[in-house]
Every structure is written in structure tokens, then in C-alpha cells.
Design a binder for this molecule. Structure first.
Ligand SMILES: Nc1ncnc2c1ncn2[C@@H]1O[C@H](COP(=O)(O)OP(=O)(O)O)[C@@H](O)[C@H]1O
Ligand SMILES: Cc1cn([C@H]2C[C@H](O)[C@@H](COP(=O)(O)OP(=O)(O)O)O2)c(=O)[nH]c1=O
Length: 217
């Protein structure tokens, strides 16, 4: 069974960029790699409902922290068999966001921390009740919230399909989310966390070697 590795971080941190670079670096050294990104827009009706709510549709749905959290969780529940199959068939399965995104964002929305009711709810719902696989490791791509926001703005300007949504344009939410991510990493929530400095270009080859070697669990 391959290793299930999750990349987490703020909107605009560079997760997609790192996922692509890490996939190439792992393939370069002969590892088979699969990737999935959550939310699965265009694949899961739950993910599409989330996107629409983040852009103002569906009345007060977007205001509901637990309602939105449930939709993200149902998107992942629908992917559980695919995650297990991809993990079984590859050396590494890289996930661009996973259960910890729900913990970080919903706690940040409620102005709570990592040791809070909503974080326990996410774990109980997604891991215990839905039976989603527990990751082997998390990589927290850590950048200052202002840097992530500037990157998200730059991306929105150059790519019309990536207009900033309600979460991305809420600077206070992103700052609180960064703090919850730090707490989740410090607590090794669900599995070991490794903090990757995303301020400059990340050395994907070194990270790939770490992932395949013994330095990262
Ligand atoms: N290390 C980096 N330094 C500067 N810009 C970056 C870096 N990583 C990503 N970017 C740019 O920042 C923007 C957001 O990156 P992306 O990978 O889409 O972030 P995320 O998936 O975390 O939202 C993109 O325009 C990307 O080209
Ligand atoms: C996967 C996931 C994302 N989110 C949040 C983080 C982001 O602000 C937002 C959208 O996810 P994101 O990956 O940023 O999608 P995109 O950049 O393609 O719009 O949803 C959660 O709150 N819970 C989750 O479980």
C-alpha cells in the first residue's frame, strides 16, 4: 500500500504548484504517483454546491459553518473508494487538501482553535463515521497570510476561472486559518505534520527524497 500524503495550506499558498512539482520529482526517481484535489469541482455535486455557495448562491447556506463543513465532508466520502484504490496502486498518493482543511477553515470561521468542538466534529464525522483513510503524513505549506493573499490575487487576475471566492477574499479568516494550521501541525493532528517553508521556491526534489526515505514518517 502506498503512502497517503496530504498538502495543506492557505488559499494561494502554492499547494497546486507544489503538488505538480512533487509529482514530477517523485516520478523522476521512479516512484509511481497519483494525485487528487479537494474539493472535487466538476466531479462531485457536493463540491459544486460548495463552490456555488462560496460565490453567493443557495441563500444562507454559505453562512452555515457546519452546513458547509458537511458538504466538503460528503465530497470526500464519495471519493473514499477511489482514494483506497489509488493508494493501493501507487507508491504515493498526493492529496491537495483533505480532512484537515475542513478542521482549519471551519475552526477559523468560528474563531476557535485546533482543540475545539468543531475540529472534534470534523474528525468524528469524516474519520470515525465516514471511514475516510487516515493520512500517513501532512505537509503544511506555510506562507504568511499576506503572501498567500497576494498570490491568490495574482492568480485571479491572470485566470478568469479562479476568481476569488468568499473565503479567499476574507483576510481575517485567512489569518485565523493560518493560526489553526500551526496548531494542527504542532499537535500532529491525525498523523505527523511537516512544515514546509513556502516563502520561496520549494525544493521538490529534496522533499521527494525525504518522502521516500526515512526522514519523513
Ligand atoms: N513558491 C512560489 N513563489 C511565488 N509564487 C508562487 C509560488 N508557488 C505558487 N506561486 C504562484 O501563486 C499562485 C497560487 O499558487 P497555487 O499553487 O495555485 O496555490 P494554491 O493551490 O495553494 O491555492 C499561482 O499564481 C502560482 O503560480
Ligand atoms: C477541501 C476543503 C476546502 N475548504 C475551503 C478552503 C478554500 O477556501 C475553499 C476552496 O478550496 P480550494 O482548494 O481553495 O479551491 P479553489 O482554489 O479551486 O477555489 O474551501 C474547506 O473549508 N474545507 C475543506 O474540506
Amino acid at each position: 500500500m502506498g503512502r497517503l500524503v496530504v498538502i495543506e495550506g492557505l488559499d494561494g499558498a502554492g499547494k497546486r504548484t507544489l503538488t505538480d512539482a512533487l509529482t514530477a520529482a517523485l516520478a523522476e526517481v521512479g516512484a509511481s504517483v497519483a494525485t487528487l484535489a479537494f474539493p472535487r469541482y466538476g466531479v462531485s455535486v457536493h463540491a459544486d454546491l460548495v463552490r456555488e455557495a462560496l460565490h453567493g448562491a443557495h441563500g444562507d447556506l454559505g453562512d452555515s459553518v457546519y452546513g458547509m463543513g458537511l458538504l466538503y465532508a460528503l465530497d470526500r466520502r464519495g471519493a473514499a473508494d477511489e482514494i483506497r484504490a489509488l493508494r493501493a496502486g501507487h507508491d504515493v498518493l498526493l492529496l491537495d487538501r483533505y480532512v484537515a482543511s475542513n478542521a482549519a477553515y471551519q475552526a477559523a470561521r468560528l474563531r476557535q482553535g485546533a482543540d475545539s468542538e468543531v475540529v472534534r466534529w470534523v474528525r468524528d464525522l469524516e474519520i470515525e463515521r465516514f471511514g475516510l483513510p487516515v493520512p500517513d503524513a501532512h505537509l503544511l505549506l506555510r506562507v504568511a497570510p499576506e503572501v498567500a493573499a497576494a498570490r491568490a490575487r495574482g492568480r485571479a487576475e491572470s485566470d478568469a476561472t479562479r476568481a476569488r471566492d468568499a473565503f479567499e477574499s476574507d483576510d481575517g479568516l485567512q489569518a485565523r486559518c493560518a493560526a489553526v494550521y500551526d496548531e494542527l501541525a504542532a499537535a500532529n493532528w491525525l498523523s505527523p505534520w511537516h512544515v514546509v517553508d513556502g516563502a520561496d521556491r520549494v525544493d521538490a526534489a529534496a522533499l521527494a527524497a525525504d518522502l521516500l526515505g526515512t526522514r519523513l514518517p
